[in-house]
Design a protein. Structure first.
Length: 390
């Protein structure tokens, strides 16, 4: 089974949490001592001033607790309750899921992308579900409501909000190539790529979540990072980069820039798909489900990567190609077609290699790396080998 982190990182994180908790407890103790000291000082001036200070402090603490509970409840809208398969779930599990979905509908109704009429229609659907719950439904009624809500309510909403997210992902694919090839200021390329990935994820969250909190931004960024690390998407980007060198005409440093553009477009689009899936999942989000979803979209994502590079990015790189290879080579007949053919061969080679594998091998390949290291196959015992031979 693939590890999500190294043991040393887990121990280091556990030690850092203990240090942070100890420091927080010490800080709270110091604050409590100071509060009591101030209260006794005010009580010496007048007895009622001490009581008034304690009352004011209690109101402030109550307000902070209510805000924290409200913030926690809002953050849970991206985390539906864990529900067994609909055919096996109990009545209370399905009722809890429907209540969560009602709260999610009411929140998405306030999204600025919806007109007042659309928002009223979404709220009406939430009220209809509430009326259904108030009418003491049967177990079959809840199952039918959950299945119908996903197809008739949630999917149209995510498709409507997804248009803006897809458009922004397309823009980010061009922006990350432009800033990587021609950085606006002297920084390393990984920092620019990381900046575009983080801002793209945050904007995708804005497309789907109404007034997201900082905790929701951090939650989506964390889960997208876990998906990208778990799968084999960085290695696919490396294979695309190498394919440009093998299939493109001799272009010197221009081939490196083409390979870099192709790989960052692939990573950007895959990251966008992971963020979209995290924000639009109907039931409980899991790492295995998200990885399987991206594995299923690998071929489509590679085709989008190829078309984006040829259609939108290659025109930006033509002047740089001309500068690297010289006007005589760049203006020669068939040079642009050779470059486009090299890009297509690089992507098609990865697609063909994925299609040539069996589904089980493809799934295993997408999880075979442990933070960049190849995981050796499990060693078979002598007893198992003898049993297979017999």
């Amino acid at each position: 089974m693939k590890q999500d982190s190294y043991p040393v990182t887990r121990r280091l994180w556990r030690a850092l949490r203990r240090v942070a908790l100890s420091a927080s407890a010490l800080a709270l103790l110091i604050v409590a001592v100071e509060i009591f000291r101030i209260a006794f000082m005010l009580r010496r001036i007048h007895p009622w001033m001490g009581y008034a200070f304690f009352a004011l402090f209690a109101l402030a603490a109550l307000f902070a607790i209510l805000r924290a509970l409200s913030w926690r409840a809002g953050g849970k809208l991206l985390c539906p309750p864990v529900v067994p398969p609909v055919n096996q779930a109990r009545f209370q599990d399905l009722k809890l899921f429907v209540q969560h979905f009602i709260a999610r509908l009411k929140r998405v109704a306030g999204h600025p992308s919806f007109s007042s009429e659309d928002a009223r229609s979404i709220r009406q659907k939430a009220y209809d579900l509430e009326s259904m719950l108030g009418a003491h439904p049967l177990l079959d009624d809840l199952r039918r409501a959950i299945n119908n809500s996903e197809a008739e309510i949630w999917q149209p909403i995510t498709e409507r909000l997804g248009k803006e997210a897809q458009t922004f992902a397309q823009y980010k694919m061009q922006a990350v190539v432009r800033d990587t090839i021609e950085p606006p200021f002297p920084v390393t390329h990984p920092l620019l790529t990381l900046y575009h990935q983080l801002t793209m994820i945050c904007c995708i969250v804005d497309c789907y979540v109404t007034r997201p909190s900082l905790a929701e931004y951090a939650m989506v960024i964390r889960d997208v990072w876990r998906v990208m690390v778990r799968g084999d998407y960085f290695r696919i980007g490396q294979r695309l980069f190498e394919g440009i060198y093998r299939n493109s005409p001799p272009a010197g440093p221009a081939a490196q820039e083409l390979g870099q553009a192709l790989s960052v477009i692939w990573i950007t689009w895959t990251t966008a798909q992971a963020a979209i899936h995290r924000c639009t999942t109907y039931q409980r989000w899991t790492l295995a489900q998200a990885t399987a979803h991206l594995d299923h979209l690998t071929t489509d994502s590679l085709i989008v990567t190829r078309d984006t590079l040829i259609r939108d990015v290659l025109p930006m790189l033509k002047l740089r190609l001309r500068h690297h290879v010289g006007p005589a080579v760049a203006d020669a007949a068939g040079f642009s077609e050779q470059v486009i053919e090299g890009i297509a061969k690089s992507v098609d080679g990865v697609i063909q290699s994925l299609r040539a594998q069996a589904p089980e091998e493809t799934a295993e390949q997408s999880r075979r790396t442990v933070h960049g290291l190849y995981r050796a196959p499990a060693v078979r015992s002598r007893r198992d080998e003898e049993r297979n031979h017999s």
